[in-house]
Design a protein around this ligand. Structure first.
Ligand SMILES: *[C@@H]1O[C@H](CO)[C@@H](O)[C@H](O)[C@H]1NC(C)=O
Ligand SMILES: *[C@@H]1O[C@H](CO)[C@@H](O)[C@H](O)[C@H]1NC(C)=O
Ligand SMILES: *[C@@H]1O[C@H](CO)[C@@H](O)[C@H](O)[C@H]1NC(C)=O
Ligand SMILES: *[C@@H]1O[C@H](CO)[C@@H](O)[C@H](O)[C@H]1NC(C)=O
Ligand SMILES: *[C@@H]1O[C@H](CO)[C@@H](O)[C@H](O)[C@H]1NC(C)=O
Ligand SMILES: *[C@@H]1O[C@H](CO)[C@@H](O)[C@H](O)[C@H]1NC(C)=O
Ligand SMILES: *[C@@H]1O[C@H](CO)[C@@H](O)[C@H](O)[C@H]1NC(C)=O
Ligand SMILES: *[C@@H]1O[C@H](CO)[C@@H](O)[C@H](O)[C@H]1NC(C)=O
Length: 371
């Protein structure tokens, strides 16, 4: 009797534990919604026992520092995987190789310092969307990523978010192996130039976001690259455009390409102060102080130059004069003595004559004699 009760209790316990193992502790599972969430639970690694029905898997806001090939075993149905804000530093090769149905991968808000070359390989190249916003730790990580994008065979990737990563330079031809890429977000980085080949290979690109970067202008090479991507809609706002002569080509290109530049009407000068906030559309060489007024400016410049030259010459003459005076100081002193003596003589002569003149007895005679 007792043993039967014992067996029943054991059975109940087993059932309970197996029901429990259908969802990892600290996670919430919904079979109906095919969704598993493990949010802000201080997890140190991807939990074991995630149910196979999961299509949407959210593991957010934990402290997982590394993911590897063992992290997502047997999750062939996961379509959407979000791993954002987990402080992930390392992604090993083939971390996602078991996720045969994976279409959307969100790694945003991590600190990826080590991305192994085949980290992003997903079987069948099923991945459509990859979010790496605020995810790259430093420049080495960006180089690693370029390699992983090449080795990942991401032939169906359509959307790539690389915003807010402090990117200064894009490795050349970084997107060359993403033939299906349609939307590329590079907003809020520190990019200053587009080079020949920067976007080579992304032939299907429909939308490119370059807002909030460090572009002061786009030079010939960059304009040629943007021009080559004739079907891509561009976002170019919130850059520190510097409205001096070097912007002229870009301003002209912008005026001619305003249909493609989605925010063309919002592009404005950041410098110099007197042109701050002035729209780039319709700015000509004249406004930028290039050549619109070439003759007048040239003449002005020549005049200024000649004034400066005159000043220098006069200054030089003055210095020579002072130097000569200095060399002749003895002679000058002598000369001044002589002058003084001469003056004294003359004055004494006057004095003498004054005395004579003021003698009432001699006055009229002398005066008439002088006349
Ligand atoms: C994935 O989904 C299919 C169909 O919904 C199902 O038959 C299969 O068992 C699931 N895989 C796992 C590992 O549960
Ligand atoms: C995956 O997420 C996207 C939006 O993020 C959603 O439209 C799609 O339905 C999700 N996929 C599944 C299988 O739930
Ligand atoms: C990528 O993730 C960030 C933050 O997690 C989010 O704001 C952004 O909308 C995502 N990008 C895309 C294209 O969904
Ligand atoms: C990036 O960070 C990693 C890990 O801290 C370090 O080994 C590497 O030298 C850093 N690279 C650069 C360019 O700072
Ligand atoms: C830009 O990126 C930085 C981190 O790189 C982030 O802190 C900031 O919130 C972002 N700004 C916007 C407007 O997204
Ligand atoms: C860009 O580079 C390619 C080869 O990489 C070259 O054929 C082409 O002439 C270059 N274009 C410009 C504008 O320099
Ligand atoms: C620049 O213009 C925008 C609207 O076009 C306005 O909101 C902003 O205050 C202006 N900034 C300055 C410094 O004038
Ligand atoms: C801008 O383009 C229009 C034609 O699209 C042209 O008439 C106008 O002169 C251009 N303005 C400047 C400043 O280049």
């Amino acid at each position: 009797m007792l043993s039967l009760v014992g067996r029943l209790v054991l059975l109940v316990l087993l059932c309970a534990s197996s029901a429990h193992s259908a969802c990892p502790s600290l996670c919430e599972c919904s079979e109906a919604a095919q969704t598993v969430k493990c949010v802000s639970k201080d997890l140190r690694e991807v939990p074991l026992g995630i149910p196979g029905y999961a299509r949407n898997l959210f593991i957010l806001g934990n402290h997982i520092s590394r993911i590897g090939p063992e992290s997502f075993k047997g999750l062939e149905n996961v379509t959407n995987l979000s791993l954002s804000n987990n402080r992930i530093m390392e992604v090993e090769s083939h971390s996602f190789s078991g996720l045969r149905s994976l279409r959307s991968l969100d790694l945003s808000g991590n600190q990826l310092a080590l991305i192994h070359p085949e980290a992003l390989a997903v079987p069948g190249g099923s991945l459509r969307e990859l979010n790496l916003s605020r995810a790259l730790y430093n420049r080495s990580a960006a180089m690693d990523l370029a390699t992983a994008l090449r080795w990942g065979a991401l032939t169906h990737l359509q959307r790539l978010d690389l915003s807010a990563n402090h990117l200064v330079l894009l490795p050349p031809a970084m997107f060359a192996h993403l033939p299906a890429l349609r939307r590329l977000l590079l907003a809020n980085n520190s990019l200053v130039a587009v080079h020949n080949g920067t976007f080579r290979g992304a032939e299907q690109l429909q939308e490119l976001d370059l807002t909030q970067n460090g572009f002061r202008t786009f030079r010939e090479e960059g304009l040629a690259e943007l021009e080559r991507m004739g079907n891509t809609h561009l976002h170019l706002g919130q850059n520190p455009y510097t409205c001096v002569c070097g912007l002229e080509d870009f301003a002209a290109w912008l005026n001619a390409s305003r249909a493609r530049v989605v925010d063309a009407h919002h592009l404005a000068c950041a410098f110099p102060p007197e042109l701050r906030n002035v729209s780039l559309l319709g700015l000509g060489g004249r406004d930028l102080g290039c050549h619109g007024d070439m003759a007048g400016e040239g003449a002005d410049l020549a005049l200024q130059t000649s004034y400066v030259f005159l000043g220098v010459v006069l200054g030089f003459v003055g210095v020579v004069f002072l130097f000569v005076l200095y060399l002749n100081r003895k002679g000058i002193k002598k000369w001044m003595m002589e002058m003084r003596d001469a003056c004294r003589d003359v004055l004494e002569g006057y004095h003498y004559r004054y005395e004579i003149d003021s003698d009432p007895r001699l006055g009229p005679v002398s005066t008439s004699g002088d006349l």
